[in-house]
Design a protein around this ligand. Structure first.
Ligand code: FE2
Length: 424
């Protein structure tokens, strides 16, 4: 917990530059000119200052395992799950921890200070759970990690209810599931009922991988909404992926969306992964496979985006940059209107924080002294440029910094300096 004065910040809410005063790790004041003695000072130099990025959906137990034990040749979700199943028996807690810790540093350097990570609880042991609980504890001063007990092989298909409850007993935070991967529609529905009842009994949040398929008949979102309403869990349940919603009949969507609104179901899309995994078996035209994000936002649902994977059995790329995630969603969903673009930024910041129920998030008096200074002027420019994270501040302490990126153009005899910011 530290003191810090950040000068000349451009904020979303204020037109004029503001200073931000952090005392004891908490934002104490935001004003056009703040004087404070004997305190470290950094100059935002009229750049955009945002609350940190929040990744609402990730798999930290699998990250950075790309190529182990082999590559995903088809690029499909199902081969990815099979490949992960081959790797899992050979995982050690030390190896998972080492990769996850390295990944956390990548995330912090790019300004992400909170991550909800699913952790696989199916299989012969809970090595991943042990490793990520350790990582959560090790990194808690730097980054908030929320863990989801995720039965990757199916709660009922793999008979892993005992593992899931054991993981929750060990301190995993959120109840996860994968109804579309259970053996039958009936078992998919049954898994949702069981998981939501566990969440209700334990007072936990729920986040299910739900309808991550191109099959328009995959309709578990309606069951998830119904259980949410029945058990009084409104606002505490998230449906992750929901990609079949891309393919469902338009009439059914008009019926479904009102049920999702009634349940106050939170939506977590994963644009980088959805655009590469979905539509794989299509001929042309190929479906994009993202859930219906603009329609969900217009209906009043809270929508966040996750990175989902970085260099693992499902995705060979990624540096964990949440602006890359927002950029992909914006393009795939035709969200180029001003409000749409702002919504994409909110999906990797405020909306994600709200879905994770993070306390004291945001650039407000009384909030945690956490912020990121980006080498740009506003949220839209942030998505356009994916600029340098000049400073990443956690509880008043600078925990990462990057030099400003500028280009020197050698145009014949003339040297020009170009900063890529929009001057129009
Ligand atoms: Fe996932």
């Amino acid at each position: 917990m530290a003191d810090l004065l950040v000068r000349n910040c451009l904020l979303s809410k204020n037109k004029d530059p503001q200073d931000i005063l952090i005392r004891g790790g908490v934002i104490k004041d935001i004003a056009s000119k703040i004087t404070a003695d004997n305190i470290p000072v950094i100059d935002a130099d009229f750049h955009f200052v945002t609350a940190p990025f929040v990744d609402s959906h990730f798999h930290m137990d699998a990250t950075l395992s790309y190529g182990l034990p082999r590559l995903n040749k088809s690029g499909t979700l199902l081969e990815g799950i099979k490949l992960w199943g081959e790797l899992k028996p050979n995982l050690t807690a030390d190896a998972v921890k080492e990769r996850a810790l390295k990944f956390c540093k990548w995330a912090i350097a790019r300004g992400t200070l909170a991550i909800r990570s699913h952790v696989d609880v199916s299989g012969q042991n809970l090595v991943g759970v042990e490793a990520l609980l350790d990582v959560r504890e090790t990194m808690k001063g730097l980054i908030d990690i929320q863990l989801v007990a995720f039965p990757q092989d199916g709660l009922l298909r793999a008979n892993c209810l005992d593992n899931l409850t054991a993981a929750l007993d060990m301190g995993v935070d959120v109840v996860g599931g994968i109804p579309h991967f259970e053996r039958t529609m009936e078992e998919g529905h049954e898994s949702i009922r069981i998981l939501c009842e566990i969440a209700e009994k334990r007072g936990l949040l729920t986040d299910l991988h739900c309808d991550e398929t191109d099959d328009p008949m995959s309709r578990y979102a309606e069951k998830l909404a119904l259980e949410t309403i029945r058990l009084g869990l409104k606002g505490r349940v998230a449906g992750s992926h929901l990609t079949s919603m891309h393919s469902i009949d338009n009439y059914y969507f008009t019926k479904l969306i009102s049920l999702l609104v009634e349940a106050d179901l939170n939506i977590i899309a994963n644009p980088l992964i959805n655009i590469t995994i979905q539509g794989r078996q299509d001929n042309y035209p190929k479906r994009r496979g993202l859930t219906r994000i603009p329609e969900q936002i217009n209906a009043g649902l809270k929508v966040a985006f996750g990175h989902d994977c970085v260099m693992d059995p499902w995705y060979p790329l990624g540096s964990h940059d949440m602006l890359e995630v927002a950029h992909m969603a914006l393009h795939c969903c035709h969200m180029t209107g001003i409000d749409d673009m702002i919504s994409c930024f909110d999906a990797v910041t405020t909306n994600a924080a709200s879905i994770l129920h993070l306390d004291n998030y945001g650039i407000n008096k009384g909030s945690n002294g956490d912020l990121v200074i980006l080498q740009c002027k506003d949220p839209i420019e942030a998505i356009r440029l994916k600029p340098a994270r000049l400073f990443v501040v956690r509880r008043g302490k600078v925990i990462s910094s990057t030099s400003p990126v500028n280009y020197e153009l050698n145009l014949g005899s003339k040297i020009e300096r170009e900063d890529l910011l929009f001057k129009g």
